[in-house]
Design a protein around this ligand. Structure first.
Ligand code: ATP
Ligand code: MG
Length: 324
């Protein structure tokens, strides 16, 4: 079975961009791929400095994974920092990664522009990501479009390593990016991101979820006039509804006498309906946090066993003789 691997940072509360861009594929692929899905807690240190928040977010992501239907009997769910070999491999890969490649990173530049301090971890984020992927010989990586460049960097780094040491050691992974959910817009119309304060969180309380949906930015076309049917609300609505429903909404916008407020209410109902079962399941799981911890520990042991074998071989290849 081919292997699928992906991770999500516990840098905040998960949102519908994470879901449609990545997590939904984790579940959809779990019968056809050997899935490895982790919580990228090392990565989140590049932008998150509150220890308590990090801990809380980490458990929340495991709950989210399980609630949307990831099955620990089919997929390996694990914590990045439980497999320190990821950081060990990062060091090996750092020495073949040009600084210029990292400085051209879109995500790095975007985050700095948004005021996140330009620490070394943020710059070398893609090298750790390359290690995450390469250490498991992953075949595909389901991600949103914002990660496309990082995947290209992973392939570049893998090729450079193989070439430099004259081995076919790292497998070149393919990104899996779906056209319809490649970049889910946030409430402000930019890419929805945990760190941009523009999210719609599928597991928020109903009150909070309503506030988020109502905060979607629209223009000031008066109620009675026709509206541009390709607005932000319609784009998000399309993720939850089939083509007939999408066209119905577009017609209503074009006809006029249909306000953005009404459209937002329809969107809110779609979100609540779509995630109804997952929201219930999550409430159940919250009562059994020991089970959640077990899932994470078991998954981490399984992942680590594979990573240890790969790092041993990587060390041999580069000439490091320490192997106790
Ligand atoms: P941060 O703001 O801390 O970077 P994030 O919301 O961008 O958080 P990540 O943990 O960086 O989330 O990404 C997890 C996964 O979700 C990745 O596969 C990423 O491509 C995907 N993703 C994130 N935001 C979106 C989005 N708006 N649309 C589609 N996919 C997304
Ligand atoms: Mg991100």
């Amino acid at each position: 079975m081919k292997r699928s691997l992906s991770g999500i940072q516990p840098s905040g509360v998960l949102h519908i961009g994470n879901y449609f861009g990545a997590m939904k594929q984790f579940v959809d692929l779990q019968n056809s791929y050997d899935g490895f899905y982790f919580i990228a807690d090392y990565h989140s240190l590049t932008s998150l400095t509150k220890a308590e928040t990090l801990k809380e977010n980490t458990y929340n992501i495991v709950l989210d994974y399980l609630a949307i239907g990831l099955d620990p009997n089919k997929s390996t769910i694990f914590l990045q920092s439980n497999v320190p070999e990821h950081t060990e491999l990062t060091w090996l890969l750092s020495n073949i990664t040009p600084v210029g490649l990292l400085e051209r990173g879109h995500s790095y530049k975007d985050k700095i522009a948004k005021g996140i301090p330009a620490n070394t971890g943020l710059l070398t984020y893609p090298v750790l990501m390359a290690a995450d992927i390469l250490i498991y010989d992953s075949d595909i990586v389901p991600v949103g479009k914002d990660q496309k460049q990082h995947l290209e960097m992973t392939r570049d780094i893998a090729m450079k390593f193989n070439q430099q040491y004259g081995v076919e050691f790292f497998k070149l992974p393919e990104p899996l990016i779906l056209d319809d959910s490649a970049i889910v817009p946030g409430t402000d119309g930019q890419k929805m991101s945990k760190s941009y304060n523009n999210t719609i969180n599928m597991f928020a309380t109903k009150k909070k979820l309503k506030e988020q949906v109502m905060s979607i930015v629209t223009d000031s076309t008066p109620l009675e006039e026709p509206k541009n049917p390709d607005n932000n609300i319609a784009k998000i609505y399309a993720l939850f509804n089939n083509i007939d429903k999408q066209n119905e909404l577009k017609d209503k916008f074009l006809a006029g006498n249909f306000g953005y407020g009404h459209a937002k209410t329809e969107l809110l109902n779609s979100i609540l309906e779509y995630f109804g079962r997952a929201r219930e399941k999550r409430e159940e799981l919250e009562k059994n946090i020991d089970y959640v911890k077990d899932v994470l520990n078991e998954g981490s042991k399984k992942a680590r066993a594979i990573a240890i074998e790969k790092i041993k071989k990587a060390k041999e290849i580069v000439g490091l003789i320490g192997n106790i």
